[in-house]
Ligand binder design. Sequence first.
Ligand code: ADP
Ligand code: MG
Length: 240
Amino acid sequence: MIEFDHVHKRFGDHVVIDDLSLRVEDGEFFVLVGPSGSGKSTLLRTVNRLVHIDAGSVRIDGVDAATQAVETLRRGIGYAIQSVGLFPHRTVGENIATVPRLLGWPEHEIRARVEDLLELLKLDEPGFADRYPDTLSGGQQQRVGVARALAARPRIVLMDEPFGALDPVTRESLQTSLKAIQRDTATTILFVTHDMDEAFGLGHRVALMLDGKVAQVGTPLELIRHPVNERVREFVGGSR
Ligand code: ADP
Ligand code: MG
């Protein structure tokens, strides 16, 4: 479904993605985990072409992402990031409705979808959809960011440390919701985190990235029980 094939990316002389190949299956909850600077965000952003690769290819359902119109590509892919980036002059409801509106959904469907998402993400207090981002807590803003990424039921959702700034209780509750949403909708999620526990809690499979390469890919149990080398063992064991 998403295939990275010999992907290379450099910033100046710095090789950030180093001949990386990886396949994310349809309907999979796939986590990229690794230390800061290992290239996770860069790799994620090659999928919606926020990053242009120097060599190799990224294919989605067999189609090279580089050959698609970028607007078409991005409309089919949800994207949620830690720094949220809500539109400040739009209400919560309008923020969530952004992509469905671009896609021309009828108004009643948009309203119903916004209500469903607010409920799913436990933001369903009265009047919440009419509030503006600057009246929300950081955690609430992040949840709205996640709702916006899911709104048009994209088949692929990219998430870059979307729960990074949350307190542990909120974070765990959102992880649980996201897992349920993923399971019920069979959305393909590519999720970035530097937190091994989060990776193992969420991912069907996990790829540990070190220095722009995949050090190991497998189920959480495979990584825990059979680390392929000492660095993987340290990283898997070190944070647990
Ligand atoms: P991660 O998400 O794993 O922390 P990133 O993909 O953000 O890692 O970054 C990988 C490396 O690439 C880092 O050394 C970072 O400084 C560098 N990098 C990322 N984006 C840029 C950019 N736009 N220009 C120059 N260097 C960058
Ligand atoms: Mg990052």
